[in-house]
Design a binder for this molecule. Structure first.
Ligand code: XMP
Length: 488
């Protein structure tokens, strides 16, 4: 039984603007609260995910969000190969130890080395003989004063090979920092007992880690990333995405309480049991039960709540989001994954940081954002100047424009003999600057809400915070009123 069961146990369904968090006894300061979420064995220090939409999440946004402590879900309006390449870009963006470093043989020329360094955006490359044994390392420092006449010369002429500093496999990051510092070098090759190159630790990766201590990392110190799959291409996409190292797959559909989605969950869990699967979207207890029984590790909640959605207008179907989150959260607590209650993600309709707070109070374990992130620098698309203001394109994956790509099966065109009925609009949102600043505003609001609720962590926010229903007059009172706002 949830603390808010009475509020939601009525005939009507509620959404964010229908309710407010009731300020409660508080002995926590916003700066001290813990916003860490645990979602299917993954720790998110910032409990935010980005929507799998082609105007929101490609590698740059997924990298930036994971570095802030959240998780990006790469959209699937791309070929399988292109989407797997996006996964690879995120996984290679930073590493604790690079386990398969790019290397060259001793016969390679300086031009070969420069081409490899430019294409992989790296500042040095280990040189190995044909048994894999490390014989040298060529860095920018070694080639700084080379000219075009040197292009055809072998890398062995310029590489550093004497007094090469290496460390054994198993060296941890603290030891690596000490060695890199002691020798004033930037790259530390790791070798086995036979001198065979097994890994590389770089100063650049260590600096990235220090700069962003909240980053969402896998066990190898790489950024985590999720990717969307559909119900018509589940196995094919999963195969490629899993091979590229994806951490989480999201079955990306508008209606998840269906045979197609249940089968897709089963397909992934059977073929790739190690991959975390998020099933969705559903808005009812029965929907949660069906996906949980099929084996989903996480369930995503929301039908028609998104800011660009027209599902409720076109199909007349959906559920106001606060009621949907609450009903699904109550149902999810009756299922367990790895000994913990099945987590749910609130997806759609979240525009302000206050909405994020309310989503957690209703029972969410993490919140997915489309609109709120679409205006930032790292989202795909160019800036547009209209009437003196800067904008970025934001469109529904069920909009006519997006469905000309590969997203059409999200909206059931298969049942509709291939005719696509749009369930989303093409729109634009205000330019919002760098993701880092946006996320710190959103997390600042979440922290503030936790302070008002007296919740030291997200579990307390979920379990012990009361909501109250408000009227239209209450909503008007919530916004600035009876003033002419000069600065927002
Ligand atoms: P927000 O409110 O953050 O919502 O913009 C993002 C979520 O909306 C869903 N989505 C759609 N729903 N028609 C819909 O009915 C669409 O065209 C559409 N595109 C995205 C999706 O769940 C996303 O995460």
């Amino acid at each position: 039984m949830s603390i808010n069961a009475g509020l939601f146990g009525q005939f009507e369904s509620l959404t964010f603007d229908d309710v407010l968090v009731v300020p409660g006894w508080s002995d926590v300061l916003p700066a001290d609260v813990d916003t860490t979420a645990s979602v299917a064995g993954m720790t998110l220090r910032v409990p935010l995910m980005s929507a799998a939409m082609d105007t929101v999440t490609e590698a740059p946004l997924a990298i930036a969000l994971a570095r802030e402590g959240g998780l990006g879900i790469l959209h699937r309006n791309l070929s399988v190969e292109a989407q797997a390449t996006e996964v690879d870009r995120v996984k290679r963006a930073q590493a604790g130890m690079i386990s398969r470093p790019v290397s060259l043989g001793p016969d390679a020329t300086l031009a070969d080395a420069e081409a490899v360094m430019a294409s992989h955006k790296i500042s040095g490359v280990p040189i190995c003989d044909d048994t894999g044994r490390l014989v040298g390392i060529l860095t920018n420092r070694d080639v700084r004063f080379c000219g075009p006449d040197d292009d055809g010369a072998p890398v062995t002429k310029f590489m550093t090979s004497e007094n090469l500093v290496t460390a054994p496999v198993g060296t941890d990051l603290d030891e690596a920092v000490e060695i890199l510092h002691r020798h004033r070098i930037e790259k530390l090759p790791l070798v086995d007992d036979h001198g065979v190159l097994k890994g590389l630790i770089t100063v650049k990766d260590i600096v990235k880690r220090v700069e962003k201590p909240l980053s969402t990392l896998d066990d190898a110190g790489r950024l985590r990333v999720g990717a969307a799959v559909g119900v018509t291409d589940t196995a094919e996409r999963t195969e490629a995405l899993a091979a590229a190292g994806v951490d989480v797959l999201v079955i990306d559909t508008a209606h998840g309480h269906t045979r197609g989605v249940v089968d897709a969950v089963r397909t992934i869990k059977k073929g790739w049991p190690e991959v975390t699967v998020i099933g969705g979207n559903v808005v009812t207890r029965e929907g949660v039960d069906a996906l949980a029984e099929a084996g989903a590790d996480v369930v995503k909640v929301g039908v028609g709540a998104g800011s660009i959605c027209t599902t409720r207008i076109v199909a007349g179907a959906g559920m106001p989001q606060m009621t949907a989150i609450h009903e699904c959260a109550v149902a999810a607590r009756e299922h367990s994954v790895g000994g913990k209650p099945l987590p749910i993600i609130a997806d759609g309709g979240v525009v302000t940081s206050g909405d994020i707070v309310k989503a957690f109070v209703a029972g969410a374990d993490a919140v997915m954002l489309g609109n709120a992130l679409a205006g930032c620098d790292e989202a795909p698309g160019d800036l547009e100047l209209v009437d003196g203001a800067m904008w970025k394109t934001y469109r529904g994956m069920g909009s006519a424009g997006a469905m000309r790509g590969r997203a059409s099966d999200r909206y059931g065109s298969a049942q509709n003999q291939g005719k696509h009925v749009a369930e989303g609009v093409e729109a634009r949102v205000r330019y919002a600057g760098p993701l880092h600043e946006l996320v710190s505003q959103l997390v600042g609001g979440l922290r503030s809400g936790m302070g008002y609720a007296g919740a030291g962590n997200l579990a307390e926010l979920r379990e012990e915070t009361r909501l109250t229903r408000i009227t239209g007059a209450g909503l008007r009172e919530s916004h600035p009123h009876d003033v002419d706002v000069l600065r927002d």
